[in-house]
Design a protein around this ligand. Structure first.
Ligand SMILES: [Zn+2]
Length: 259
């Protein structure tokens, strides 16, 4: 049987693909495309859950999406490298399935594995097309590599609704994305870093943060009917028990949900 795929999607962790491009895959499968998913690591360092739970979830997601296959390469979460050993594993896979399109992680993101996975996949796609790299297979280079979007959190100064200087660019990128994708509506979710109960003042500050981003987007020409702002207080921290100041900072944020 011909193994050739239309699309091969790679993710550094077992939930990256469905979170990053699940809807695209579902749509392509419904239109008759043959799609495969390959996870690079088992996500064993993930803050929440375990590698086993993630494996079960990945399998279920694959069934729901209707892909041809999904498997895991078992690279070391957090420590795999864009080096010859890992590149050659991917070269063999790309040559085996000869995808026309490859999907990969975002080129830039808070989690270093996402950038690394993105670089590794891009490098391997190039190398797979070089005839002099011998694997006993024919050389194959995908026509296109797309990197799925991951919005970077917008961070705030402690105790305030002032956007951190380094996050201002992210708001601009978000406005650009919304300008280009006129049908997209978003919910802007504000968060705070705080221990204990989710008090009314936590909720108030988180909502103020969300509204600050909303206002900036409107100033950038985005229609207010496409935007809603909610304050989640400290109910969904990135780091439930922050140990370092950068973890506390990561909790003081606004996240974007596409509706
Ligand atoms: Zn990930």
């Amino acid at each position: 049987m011909d193994k050739q795929l239309d699309i091969l999607a790679f993710g550094s962790h077992p939930d990256d693909v469905e979170l990053g491009c699940g809807a695209t895959i579902a749509k392509q499968v419904s239109m008759g495309s043959k799609v495969g998913i390959i996870d690079l690591t088992r996500g064993e360092l993930g803050t929440r859950g375990s590698a086993d739970i993630r494996g079960e979830e990945a399998e279920l997601a694959a069934q729901i999406l209707g892909v041809e296959f999904r498997y895991n390469l078992g690279f070391r979460d957090g420590f795999f490298q864009n080096d010859e050993k890992h590149q050659m594993e991917l070269v063999k896979i790309i040559r085996e399935y000869r995808p026309r399109i490859v999907l990969a992680n975002a080129v830039r993101d808070r989690h270093p594995d996402h950038k690394k996975g993105s670089d590794l996949v891009s490098t391997a796609c190039f190398l797979a097309g070089l005839h002099k790299i011998e694997t006993g297979q024919e050389a194959w280079r995908p026509e296109l590599i797309y990197h799925y979007i991951q919005f970077e959190e917008i961070e705030f100064y402690r105790g305030t609704s002032s956007i951190k200087k380094k996050s201002e660019k992210k708001v601009k990128r978000l406005a650009d994305f919304l300008a280009l994708n006129a049908i997209v509506k978003i919910e802007i979710q504000g968060h705070v870093n705080a221990k204990g109960k989710n008090t009314p003042s936590n909720v108030r500050l988180s909502k103020k943060r969300a509204k600050r981003v909303l206002k900036k987007l409107i100033q950038n020409g985005i229609d207010k009917d496409r935007l809603t702002a909610v304050g989640l207080g400290n109910s969904a921290p990135v780091y439930p028990k922050p140990k370092h100041s950068y973890e506390e900072q990561a909790n003081r944020r606004v996240e974007i949900m596409i509706k």
